[in-house]
Every structure is written in structure tokens, then in C-alpha cells.
Design a protein around this ligand. Structure first.
Ligand code: 26V
Length: 802
């Protein structure tokens, strides 16, 4: 122990001197952060060298355009069991570990759930000793930073690399080329037809590797992020050919900018060509490097599917399918049939949405121009697939037209992904059923065995152990720490529901966490929160289907009731919101403005001061989520049934003892099934009812508006200069979305049921002992939602890992 401490100290001092040239007394926290990370990186490197020697089993490559990995310093310290040593050493040298931790940047390389899921999966791979690696893009700027002024969202570039990034290793020696555009030439050689892409624009792909370690395991996997750079030869040629130096720079910038930005998830068509190129860049670079490693082993290509799995996270990396075909056929000389067998046996695909606007398609013309050889292969895949379907369903033109990969000038990426994979999964039971019965029905009929469910999960280590140390301590004292390795062991907490002392402690932990969040809010917004109130939280991307509008309309109504002293058994509330709106998503931005407008009135009204507070925390991120989630009492999961594929925030909050107020949508249903009706607040239309109303046109929002006085008041406040708004215009589009355009997301339809459950929450919270029991039940059953379980299930059913 003492030896360990001395070694650590020496390494730290050397690193500090090396990176700053300073003596310890002059170093800033930021400099100490750099030195500390350097030391930890050394420990990881040592582990890595051992890990690589051990690796022999099947490897999974998880391709994703997004990885929201969050801060790694705390994770590394904890997983390497170095926290105490680091804390002691730093203290001796006059630093505080807490101050150093806040120097870490949070790489925002994702939009939300899909990217965070990928990060949780990496954590589980390594912690389960599985060889699972991430393949992604190293965006120079992550998702924009959100800044709110006067209720309006401004977007600032996320310069996460400005201070350098401590956990990555640039590997220029493993750089390779990715080709865009040009023409495809064919020629015959040795009686065989060959294809070659000529006059192409060549972009150099340079990998940056981030080691991923497991919790108390020896496995070190890799997250490989690719960055675009100009190919030096090309730049030279350009420079030689063109006398104007600035043109060369422009050209260079053009190549580099390929990996500049992460696209927000509902960005419009503008600039989408870069997104198309990004998708191909990711898969081409990723697969080329994996295959060149495979070739070094000198095995037969037919062995590939038993050694490598390529998983595509949504359709964004679906060009992997034609790219793998291209390499196997054009570069390795395999026949179409051999290549197709290898491809379909090694690729699998997860669908993350049935929202129509989010199902990816690409204009045929763009693919033809920018990926000419890929386009030819897609045409051929489509041709062969349609023929196969023709044999299966002779004469059924309609069906085949709907199944086709290419139709109406568009390439349907979900169709490409399904046809080119051996397994397709949804991310929660309901979502998978919707895929099978509705969205992908014809594919399910054609390939019933290919479809399966894999309900999402979250890393209980990050979202409980690291994010909520006081709850972790309490749980450990009660049931030991086996649950850290086997999260289902959390179920051992169940008997404690009859232990009043434990429940008291649980309540105290929640209160302490609320105080920590309140301190943060006071620092950021200067607002003092009532920590005895219910912390009622909705934090996630701002979107019509997630229905932040339902939440805020309810608050508008509550305000009137409280003002008029009509609330009977009301428990004071602090409503907390956070989330980004995509820059081009006008409606979502209006919602932020509305929340801010209502907050300004409510927070300044002395009459409701102790009962109602509203907070919008700007720039939602992994790090902010870690502050908020331990403090949640009520977890708002309000999506219109059928729309939220799974949700994962719901699981994080449940695991931290929050009670869910949610629709029967996505994984909320599975949370309901686990905790039982007593310990959750479900409300609203079921998926079946939503589908019925969508088909029948029986829903008339105006009828509800006219018959329900509460709704009429709340909706009218959007356009009436009375309690909240300053003019009739600002929120008229929200008003019209509800009444003129008939409330696409059934906000008004679900309002009554939502209010009832909110009232029930208010009265239940007053029986604190009972509430604490419910909270405990949620924690006890949350082990089911650990991503360890999810990954174990992918591993056995899809990837067939040992
Ligand atoms: C769409 C697009 C379209 C254009 C440009 C970039 C981009 C990026 C992301 C997306 C949306 C992908 C779908 C998605 O994020 N789904 C979410 O996945 C979570 C993890 O499975 C799940 O919990 C959420 O319910 C689901 O909405």
C-alpha cells in the first residue's frame, strides 16, 4: 500500500514536471488534472499490454455514429481501485481531487440515448470480460453547447478538444484512405470482371484509440474514433498544380471538415451530404482496419463470421454492408455468393426508432455520385433480394415494391440493414412488437427468425455506483457489494422494506442528494430550492413526442389552483427540466421558451413561493445528468405511447430510487411489470389506443378543449395576456399545434389522467414511510436494467460469444 502510494506520487510528480515544466507548488488544478490523467493512462497501458496477450475469443465491433462516454477520470480511478491512493497523494501535495475532477471535459459525441447506450455497452463489455470494441468518429466539435438567454436557445460550438484529450492515442501509422466520388471503371482480367474507382477524392482516416477498462477486470478494449485529414500526397499535388496557396488550404479544410461536426438528430437536409460522407467514412475506415488485422492471422475468409461480429447501432453505419461486400469482392477476389454469406453472417443491426421522420433514407443520386461503387453494389443487392422475394411471393408486386431497398429515388437504409444482417433487434418489448407487427411487418413475414428483442440497459456502475456514492454506501452496508458485479443482487434489498431505520436512511440519502443539486442550482442560477419539496424531473432531448408540453401545461394549471387555494393534499414541487432542442427544430425551441416564460412568472410570485418552483438547467450533458439523477423523486417519462423506442433515463432514475410517472411506452412497460402497479404511476393512452386513434380520426382535440375547463385555461394561457405571456403571438404556434392541427401527440387527451396521477403522487408523498418503501422497491428491481444483462443477452443470442 505504502509502496503503491510512493510509486503513484513519483509518477505524478514526474508527469507534472514533464507536462508543465513546473514544480508542484506552482501547478494549477488543470495542470494537476493533466498529470493525474497521465499517471492513470500509464496504469491502463500496463493493463492493456496484458489484456492483448489474453485475447483470443470472438471480437465484437460496435459501429456507431455516436458514443457519449462522459468523463473517464472518476471511472478509471474507481475501476483501477486507485481512488484512495490518488486522494491521499494529491492531498499531501496540496490539491483536492474534487477540484481536479471538474477540470475534465465531457466529450459530447452523441445526441442522447443512442449514444449513451453505446457508451454503457462498452462499459459492460469490458466489465464482463468480453472483447467488444467501439468504432466511431472523432468529431472535432461534439453536440453544440446550449446557452439560454431570454428563453431562447443559442448554440455554441462544443470545443471539447481545446485543452487536448487525455485518454486518446493517435495512431498515424494505422491511417488509411477512404475514397469518394470519381468513376467506376470495369475491366476483365484472367477472365474475371474487375472494378476500380478512379479520379476519386481521397480522405485520410486517422484512428484515435481510447482504451476502455472494466470494473475490476483485466480486460482492456478499445474505442477507436476516426478523424478525417487531407492525404498528404494529394495536398502536395494540389499545391503544385495550383499557384494560389489559399486554394490548397481551402481544399485541405474541405477534406478535414468531414469529421468536424456531429449532426443533431433532426437536422434538415441542408448540409446532409457531409453526413452521408461521414457515415461511409466511419464504416470504410473501420472495416478496412479490422480486415487488415484479420488478414494478418492468415485465416480463410470463410472463418470470418466465427471470429468477428459487426454490429450496427441504428442504420447510420449500414453502408458497412455494401462496403464489406466491396472489399471482399473487389479487393480480395471472392465471389458474390461467398461475400454475401460472410457479410450477412457477421453483421447484425439494432433499430432504435419507428418515428417515420427518423427512418433514414438517402437520395439515390447522392449515393451514385459520392459512393459510386457502393451504389452499384446496393443496386445488385436490391436486384437479387427482389428476385428472391419474387420467388417467395410470386406476382405480389405490391409487397415487393414495399420491400425494395431502393424505391422512388431513395435508398431505404433500414431495408439495407435488415436484408444484410442475420439478426435485427428492437430495444424494448413493445418496440420490437411494433417493428414486427407494423413498421417492419413485411420483413418479419419474410424472415421471422431474424427479429428479436433486446431491452436496453444502463451501466449500474456509472449511474449508481459512481453517480450516487451515498446511496451506494448505504446499499453496500445493507447487502454487501456483490451487486456491483451481479446487479440483479440488488433484489436483496427487498426485505428492508419493513425496516424503518433503513428507510429513514434512504430518505436522508435522497435529501442529501437533493441538497447537492440545490447547491449546484444556486451556484448556476442563484435560486434557492426547497429541498423538502418533491423533485419532479424531466431531462432529455426536447421533442414533440416526449411531451414536455404536457408537463408545462400541467404546471400552468397547478399555478392557478394553488393561487386560488384549491389544492387539497398538495406536496410542494420543484419541477426540473433540462434538454437541448435541435437547432432547426422550431417547435422544440418554442417549448424551451414556454418553460422559461412560465418559470419566470411562477418563481417570482410570492404566493406560490414555497409550493412551486421551476428550473431549466441549460446545456444538458452526461456530467449534468450525473448531478441530477441521484436527486430525482419523480421521473417524468411522458412520451406518447408507441413513440419512445425504449428510453434509458427512465432506468437511470429508477435505479436511483425515483418513482416513474410514465406512459405505457418503451421500457416504462417493463419497469411497470417489474415493480408492480403499487410502485409506479402509469397514465395515458395505451399503444393500441394511440394506433386506433391515428387510424380512425376519432380524436378531436377541440372537443376536449371545450369540455375540460382546466385544459381550456391552460391552453388559453398560451395566447392570452393574463397570467403568463406578454403577447398573443409568441406561443400561437403551440396553440395551433394543439387545436388547429389536432394535437398530433395526444397531449390534451392524456391530460386528465396525468393530473390524476400527479394528485396521487402529491398525497402518497405525504406518507413518507410508504413513499420510501416504493422508492426502495424501484432500486431493488432495477438490477434487471443493467446493461450487463443486455450485453449478456446480445452476446448469447446475436453474437454467439462464449
Ligand atoms: C436520427 C438522426 C437523423 C439525422 C441525423 C443524425 C441522427 C442522429 C440520431 C437519430 C435518432 C436515432 C434514434 C434514437 O436516438 N433513438 C433512441 O434510442 C435510444 C437507445 O435505444 C432509446 O432509448 C430511445 O427511446 C430512442 O428514441
Amino acid at each position: 500500500m505504502i509502496q503503491e502510494k510512493e510509486r503513484f506520487k513519483q509518477l505524478f510528480l514526474t508527469a507534472l514536471n514533464h507536462t508543465t515544466g513546473k514544480q508542484v507548488e506552482q501547478a494549477t488544478d488543470q495542470e494537476a488534472y493533466v498529470a493525474l490523467s497521465t499517471v492513470i493512462a500509464k496504469y491502463i497501458q500496463e493493463k492493456h499490454q496484458n489484456s492483448e496477450k489474453q485475447v483470443s475469443s470472438k471480437q465484437v465491433y460496435y459501429f456507431s455514429m455516436e458514443f457519449l462516454i462522459g468523463g473517464l477520470l472518476q471511472t478509471h480511478l474507481s475501476y483501477l481501485a486507485l481512488e484512495e491512493t490518488a486522494e491521499n497523494v494529491l492531498e499531501e501535495l496540496g490539491f483536492s481531487l474534487d477540484n481536479i475532477k471538474v477540470c475534465e471535459n465531457d466529450p459530447g459525441l452523441g445526441n442522447g440515448g443512442l449514444g449513451r447506450l453505446a457508451a454503457c455497452f462498452l462499459d459492460s463489455f469490458a466489465s464482463l470480460n468480453l472483447s467488444g470494441h467501439g468504432v466511431g468518429l472523432r468529431y472535432r466539435y461534439g453536440l453544440f453547447n446550449q446557452w439560454i438567454e431570454d428563453g431562447r436557445q443559442f448554440e455554441l460550438p462544443d470545443q471539447w478538444l481545446s485543452e487536448g484529450y487525455m485518454w486518446e492515442y493517435r495512431k498515424p501509422s494505422e491511417a488509411l484512405d477512404v475514397l469518394f466520388g470519381g468513376q467506376v471503371q470495369s475491366f476483365v482480367q484472367n477472365g474475371k470482371l474487375h472494378f476500380q474507382q478512379v479520379n476519386a477524392e481521397i480522405v485520410r482516416a486517422v484512428p484515435y484509440d481510447i482504451p476502455i477498462i472494466g470494473y475490476q477486470t483485466n480486460t482492456v478494449n478499445t474505442l477507436r474514433l476516426w478523424a478525417a485529414e487531407p492525404t498528404s500526397d494529394q495536398v502536395l499535388i494540389k499545391a503544385k498544380n495550383e499557384s494560389d496557396g489559399s486554394d490548397m488550404l481551402t481544399y485541405q479544410r474541405k477534406l478535414e471538415e468531414l469529421s468536424d461536426f456531429l449532426y443533431p438528430d433532426d437536422s434538415t437536409d441542408d448540409g446532409k451530404i457531409v453526413r452521408l460522407k461521414q457515415e461511409y467514412f466511419l464504416v470504410s475506415a473501420g472495416i478496412q482496419s479490422i480486415l487488415s488485422n484479420f488478414e494478418e492471422k492468415q485465416l480463410a475468409w470463410s472463418d470470418l463470421p466465427s471470429l468477428l461480429c459487426f454490429h450496427i447501432n441504428d442504420t447510420h453505419p449500414a453502408f458497412l454492408i455494401p462496403e464489406l461486400m466491396r472489399i471482399l469482392i473487389d479487393e480480395k477476389g471472392l465471389s458474390w455468393e461467398e461475400a454475401w454469406e460472410i457479410t450477412t453472417q457477421s453483421v447484425s443491426y439494432t433499430n432504435h426508432t419507428t418515428l417515420h421522420e427518423a427512418l433514414e433514407t438517402w437520395p439515390e443520386n447522392w449515393v451514385k455520385v459520392f459512393l459510386p461503387r457502393i451504389y452499384m453494389i446496393l443496386v445488385e443487392i436490391n436486384e437479387r433480394f427482389c428476385q428472391q422475394m419474387w420467388q417467395k411471393y410470386p406476382g405480389d408486386f405490391d409487397r415487393i415494391a414495399q420491400l425494395a431497398l431502393i424505391a422512388d429515388g431513395k435508398i431505404k437504409m433500414a431495408h439495407v440493414a435488415i436484408v444484410g444482417s442475420h439478426a435485427v433487434n428492437g430495444v424494448a418489448k413493445l418496440h420490437t412488437e411494433i417493428l414486427k407487427k407494423k413498421e417492419m411487418r413485411l420483413f418479419y413475414q419474410a424472415y421471422p427468425d431474424r427479429f428479436m428483442n433486446k431491452t436496453n440497459g444502463i451501466s449500474h456502475r456509472r449511474w449508481l455506483m459512481l453517480a450516487n456514492p451515498s446511496l451506494t454506501k448505504l446499499i453496500k452496508a445493507a447487502i454487501g457489494d456483490e451487486w456491483l458485479q451481479s446487479p440483479k443482487q440488488l433484489i436483496k434489498l427487498l426485505p428492508l422494506q419493513t425496516d424503518p431505520i433503513f428507510l429513514e436512511k434512504l430518505q436522508q440519502v435522497k435529501h442529501d442528494n437533493k441538497q447537492l443539486l440545490a447547491n449546484h442550482v444556486q451556484k448556476e442560477l442563484g435560486m434557492i430550492l426547497n429541498t423538502d419539496a418533491i423533485f419532479d424531473v424531466q431531462v432529455k432531448r426536447i421533442h414533440g413526442y416526449k411531451r414536455q408540453l404536457l408537463n408545462i401545461l400541467h404546471i400552468i394549471y397547478l399555478y392557478r389552483e394553488i393561487k386560488n387555494n384549491r389544492m387539497k393534499s398538495f406536496s410542494p414541487r420543484v419541477f426540473i427540466f433540462a434538454g437541448k432542442a435541435a437547432p432547426g427544430y422550431y417547435f422544440a425551441k418554442q417549448i424551451i421558451h414556454l418553460i422559461d416564460t412560465v418559470a419566470n412568472v411562477v418563481n417570482q410570485d410570492y404566493d406560490v413561493k414555497d409550493k412551486l418552483q421551476i428550473v431549466f438547467l441549460e446545456n444538458f450533458s452526461n456530467q449534468l445528468a450525473e448531478k441530477i439523477i441521484p436527486a430525482v423523486d419523480v421521473s417524468e417519462q411522458l412520451s406518447t405511447a408507441t413513440k419512445e423506442a425504449s428510453g434509458t433515463g427512465n432506468m437511470k432514475m429508477m435505479m436511483n430510487g425515483a418513482l416513474t410517472l410514465g406512459t405505457m411506452d418503451g421500457a416504462n412497460i417493463e419497469i411497470f411489470d417489474k415493480v408492480g402497479a403499487e410502485n409506479i404511476y402509469p397514465f395515458g393512452l395505451s399503444a393500441k389506443q394511440v394506433l386506433h386513434y391515428q387510424q380512425s380520426n376519432e380524436y378531436v382535440a377541440r372537443d376536449i378543449y371545450h369540455t375540460d375547463d382546466r385544459i381550456r385555461y391552460a391552453v388559453d394561457q398560451l395566447v392570452t395576456v393574463e397570467d403568463f405571456v406578454k403577447d398573443e403571438q409568441t406561443f400561437q404556434d403551440i396553440y395551433h399545434a394543439l387545436l388547429t392541427y389536432n394535437d398530433e401527440y395526444f397531449v390534451l387527451k392524456d391530460f386528465d389522467d396525468y393530473v390524476k396521477q400527479q394528485e396521487k403522487i402529491s398525497s402518497d408523498y405525504q406518507e413518507r414511510n410508504v413513499w420510501n418503501q416504493k422508492s426502495l422497491m424501484n432500486i431493488a428491481y432495477s438490477g434487471q436494467f443493467s446493461s450487463d444483462d443486455t450485453i449478456a443477452s446480445y452476446a448469447s443470442d446475436i453474437w454467439e460469444l462464449r
